[in-house]
Design a protein around this ligand. Structure first.
Ligand SMILES: Cc1cc2nc3c(=O)[nH]c(=O)nc-3n(C[C@H](O)[C@H](O)[C@H](O)COP(=O)(O)O)c2cc1C
Ligand code: SF4
Length: 486
């Protein structure tokens, strides 16, 4: 295993970080100046580790070319980690928050930002404390001159990690991917800019040089992305490229959970076969069991066992019909009922959908209900046909990627395991137990603890006994309207 961004032992102080070579990236950034820093990050080929693999240098350059004449930009560290099966950002923050802050301060220097915000979930108490303490030390050391450092503690909803929803939370609102309805106009937007022609990693528009706006752009990067930055500047882009492939250079921090002997997090050179990562971190499948499929979060089609030797790169995982995502791999063995997995994924995404786009919430809920009936082998006529129909429409008009995730993951299970679906539909297969697909709350020793509270979460995002039938977006709209009237 590598230790470029995930330190093997917790680094307890800024002094320890500096003793181990930390701080040289920030020094290099001051020497190189903004353009030199962006050139180096672009030359390194670093790609965002939040899931989409967007080129970091290009993102930084776009922001730097789209600055507001009057308001400095902000750097937001996306530490909201809520992808089922993923725990790597929290592992990095626990081990060495200084590395992440150093990367964020280098980003701030590159784009001229005067604020760095680390956005994490309020429930991440250990990481929140670690980051706040590290900020104190960094300030005291003079690393953050001219840059205000702060932590934003957000809700536990999955959508909080989506970058425009994250910015909504930073601005004091609910985590709904941006569509800017009228009541949100004119409120302190930490905007990505309107009328833009550049697509960000999350398929949202960013300010562009062709269409600069008065609004200050915001740079959002994932924890692991920023943890790579200091060493790239200290050691150079060629050093970074000495591991991985030309299209996917560097390392990747993987989380292994599911039906393996152990659960855990480990860093590997990009290009390492997935099977090797599952063996090294997870000890492989249980005794007398075989792996049948692996799911990367709830964002990508499943990878069947026959493709387990696929190298972990963006290009190879995509060519295999899956996707690297945020490298949180949930492993399923020959005892797993994959229809129960589809129902679990579907429930998670239907509940977490915010409902701003009707098909995502309505078709999503319908998918979850029908898949759950199939899982229990009590399907009604046409359930399979309706599932296929709803999969075709669930992503219609979707404002963020969540709906497409629903479509891609469930479609892949139907395609890979048609017999299990057909047998459940006929009732010739026993009812399967429900499969919890939810965020990892913690890794306790070598077992991941999943968020059991998900079972009680209603699609309206309350934990009430009965769901109101309203979508989260409708509920909040109504509340805002009532507040305005009041
Ligand atoms: C539904 C959804 C959830 C997401 N959750 C996270 C998350 O928890 N952490 C994260 O870094 N990115 C998450 N992303 C991706 C972010 O929108 C964004 O692409 C990322 O923060 C950009 O940083 P990067 O370029 O460094 O990867 C999510 C995207 C979607 C569509
Ligand atoms: S696609 Fe779904 S989760 Fe995304 S904004 Fe629309 S309703 Fe919300």
């Amino acid at each position: 295993m590598e230790h470029r961004v995930l330190d093997p032992q917790p680094v307890e102080s800024l002094d320890d970080h500096i003793d181990a070579g930390g701080g040289r990236g920030l020094e290099a950034a001051r020497r190189l100046g903004p353009i030199g820093v962006i050139d180096d990050i672009e030359a390194s080929g670093l790609r965002g580790r939040g899931g989409a693999g967007f080129t970091t240098g290009r993102k930084w350059r776009t922001v730097a070319e789209s600055l507001s004449p009057s308001v400095p930009p902000t750097v937001v560290v996306n530490a909201a980690e809520g992808e089922p099966g993923t725990f790597k950002d929290r592992a990095i923050l626990r081990a060495n928050p200084y590395r992440v802050l150093e990367g964020a301060l280098i980003a701030a220097a590159a784009i001229g930002a005067d604020r760095v915000i680390v956005a994490l979930k309020a429930s991440f108490e250990t990481e929140g404390r670690r980051v706040a303490d590290a900020m104190e030390e960094v300030r005291a050391r003079g690393w953050a001159e001219g840059v205000e450092l702060s932590v934003v503690e957000g809700p536990s909803h999955y959508l909080y990690g989506e970058e425009t929803a994250l910015l909504e939370v930073v601005a004091g609102r609910e985590p709904f991917p941006r569509i800017a309805p009228p009541f949100r106009h004119g409120v302190d937007e930490v905007g990505t800019g309107a009328g833009a022609d550049t697509t960000s990693a999350a398929q949202v528009t960013m300010a562009s040089s062709a269409n600069p706006t008065a609004m200050a752009p915001t740079l959002v990067n994932n924890v692991e992305t920023l943890a790579n930055v200091g060493s790239i500047l200290a050691e150079g882009p060629d050093w970074f490229r000495s591991l991985g492939t030309p299209e996917s250079p560097g390392t990747i921090v993987c989380t292994i959970t599911g039906r393996t002997q152990r659960h855990g997090v480990g860093e590997f050179p990009m290009g390492t076969p997935l099977r090797q990562v599952i063996e090294t971190v997870g000890g492989g499948a249980g005794p007398d069991r075989t792996v049948v499929a692996v799911m990367s979060g709830v964002a990508n089609p499943l990878l069947p066992a026959a493709l387990l030797d696929t190298p972990l790169t963006y290009e190879a995982m995509e060519a295999a019909g899956a996707g690297l995502g945020s490298a949180g791999f949930i492993v399923y063995d020959d005892t797993t009922d994959l229809v129960a997995v589809a129902a679990g994924v579907s429930r998670f995404l239907a509940v977490e959908s915010c409902g701003q786009c009707t098909p995502c919430k309505h078709d999503g809920r319908e998918l979850a209900e029908r898949l759950d009936r199939l899982r229990r082998s009590v399907a009604e006529d046409h359930d399979v046909t309706v599932v296929e129909d709803k999969l075709a429409t669930v992503a219609d008009g979707a404002r963020c990627y969540l709906a497409t995730q629903h479509q891609r993951v469930v479609e892949s299970i139907l395609a890979l395991f048609p017999d299990q679906i057909a047998d459940h539909a006929r009732g010739t297969l026993d009812a399967a137990g429900a499969e919890l697909v939810a965020a990892i709350v913690d890794i306790d020793g070598d077992r991941a603890v999943l968020d059991e509270a998900h079972w009680a979460k209603q699609p309206d995002w309350t934990f009430d006994e009965v769901d109101s039938g309203q979508s989260p977006a409708d509920r909040i709209d109504q509340r805002v309207a009532e507040d305005d009237e009041g």
